[in-house]
Design a binder for this molecule. Structure first.
Ligand code: KIV
Ligand code: ZN
Length: 503
């Protein structure tokens, strides 16, 4: 059997999705789950981008023992040194350097000729290789690069020590047959290509990232870049779960190939990433969407009962959907809570577990049944606990059909309590205006969405908002059995992210 290496870039390209910013604690949580899932390489971030990014990569490097931990760098000395420094504690470090090679990028982004780009690539691949034995090189926008130049850059990158050559379809422009012929041409025209692993990195702009990645594998690529739930820059990246389940389900096509992924961890990983990034998984998403294994039509239901494979090509158990959704309630103890959280991919320290247990009991007093999503939300709040700059103490709103809504908000900021009052166009607007009076941070509300987290009349409300703050798009989320409180928490969550990232 030949291995297809799974390179997960949820924490780097995935985190580049507007609004998906993760704290270093959240990155560690996800990285540990990715390791349990069995990914071979975890790209943890772009260390030179900010001190937060650096810390994220550094923390992941400290905690991950089995998977390779990788950091991204441009072909610039300070980028590469930042990756090297952030990966000092990694058991298996990898430096990933990239440089655009397409005419469009050379002409408009760099204003440089091909010869100059070739020299830069050579110089910085060598510089990286002198620091680390495991070097991945990406000719950015490879699919729009002149073939002969691409072959030359790849050959030279390998000669300077690159051990993996990654082919990015940076703008999601390519289609499966084209990718197949590109990988085939690389194999036939780069004389030293057998000294490196060929990798593929596809984006979803035209909806073909998974198909393109699989096509590359069929042509001989032996590493695939992907992200959980397909999150990533713009329309996203190839979804790990779809790539993996296609290879597994279509053994007839991908014969002789295997991955290290434990598919039973897919669902847990998907939900963890969704909760921590705030990116809801669309119900119709392949493999991990809520409807992926639901059958509505009577004809389908009938046939499934007779023989599952009539309408189901994947056994839901294979992606970790067999565990019955154990419902916890106010009589459930610490042990049941801990066990369920661990099944959901959350491993907490004793101290954090105590906090979550306390909050679990408080919630159980408000609602009868506690579902997995409730637990994930409690755990997520705990993981982010230390990141509260502004904390809600109380909110009170007077509203009605015949009166102007008026909000009273009390917030803790640096151990001091502040309060403000405001009217608004609606109760939520009144709350947000009152908060603005305290924080004095100019914001623009771009979107506001309220959902029920689980089922039942007593379900918690989840508010998800997008704010524009200092030209950055920030997502905030808040949960509560009271929808106004959830809305205020979401607003404070976004503000906290901004304040913390500017520290
Ligand atoms: O899309 C892209 O080209 C990238 C590279 C940095 C690999 O993300
Ligand atoms: Zn990318």
């Amino acid at each position: 059997m030949e291995k297809v290496i799974i390179f997960d870039t949820t924490l780097r390209d995935g985190e580049q999705a507007p609004g998906a910013a993760l704290t270093s604690e959240q990155k560690v949580e996800i990285a540990l789950q990715l390791e349990r899932l069995g990914v071979d390489v975890i790209e943890a971030g772009f260390p030179v981008a900010s001190p937060d990014d650096f810390k994220g990569v550094e923390e992941v490097a400290k905690h991950i023992k089995r998977s390779i931990v990788c950091g991204l760098a441009r072909c610039i000395e300070k980028d590469i040194t930042a990756v090297f420094d952030a990966l000092k504690k990694a058991v298996h470090p990898r430096i990933h350097v990239f440089l655009a090679t397409s005419k469009i990028h050379l002409q408009y982004k760099f204003k440089k000729a091909e010869d100059e780009i070739l020299e830069i690539a050579k110089k910085f691949v060598k510089f990286s290789r002198d620091l680390c034995d495991d070097i991945e090189f990406s000719p950015e926008d490879a699919t729009r690069t002149e073939r002969d130049f691409l072959f030359k850059v790849i050959e030279n990158a390998i000669a300077q020590g690159a051990t993996t050559i990654n082919i990015p379809d940076t703008v999601g422009y390519s289609y499966p047959q084209e990718i197949y012929s590109l990988i085939t041409d690389i194999k036939n025209n780069v004389p030293n290509i057998n000294k490196a692993i060929i990798s593929i990195h596809c984006h979803e702009d035209l909806g073909m990232s998974v198909a393109n990645s699989l096509s590359a594998v069929l042509a001989g690529a032996r590493q695939v870049h992907c992200t959980i739930n397909g999150i990533g820059e713009r329309a996203g990246n190839a979804a790990l779960e779809a790539v993996i389940m296609a290879i597994k389900t279509r053994k007839d096509v991908f014969s002789g190939l295997e991955t290290n992924i434990n598919t039973k961890e897919i669902y847990t990983t998907s939900r963890l990433v969704s909760k921590l990034t705030g990116f809801v998984v669309p119900p119709n998403k392949a493999i991990v969407g809520d409807n992926a294994f639901r059958h509505e039509s009577g004809i389908h239901q009938d046939a499934i009962l007779k023989k599952r494979i009539t309408y189901e090509i994947i056994d839901p158990k294979d992606v970790g959907l067999n565990k019955s959704e154990l419902v916890l309630g106010k009589h459930s103890g610490r042990h049941a809570l801990k066990q369920r959280l661990e099944e959901l991919g959350i491993y907490l320290t004793e101290e954090k577990m105590e906090h979550v247990f306390k909050k679990f009991k408080e919630l159980a007093d408000k609602k009868k049944e506690i579902f997995d999503d409730d637990l994930l939300m409690l755990a997520e709040e705990e993981i982010r606990q230390i990141h509260k700059v502004f904390e809600l103490i109380s909110v009170r709103v007077i509203t009605g059909t015949d009166t102007t809504p008026k909000a009273y908000v009390k917030i803790r900021y640096k151990n001091k309590v502040y309060q403000a009052t405001s009217t608004g166009d609606g109760p939520v607007d009144a709350c947000y205006k009152a908060i603005d009076k305290i924080t004095k941070i100019p914001t623009k509300l771009i979107s506001y969405k309220l959902d029920a987290l689980t089922r039942g009349k007593d379900a918690q409300g989840v508010a998800r908002i997008e704010l524009n703050i200092r030209s950055k798009q920030i997502v905030g989320r808040g949960t509560s059995t009271d929808i106004l409180e959830a809305s205020v928490k979401a607003y404070l969550d976004a503000l906290n992210k901004v304040v913390l990232s500017n520290k």
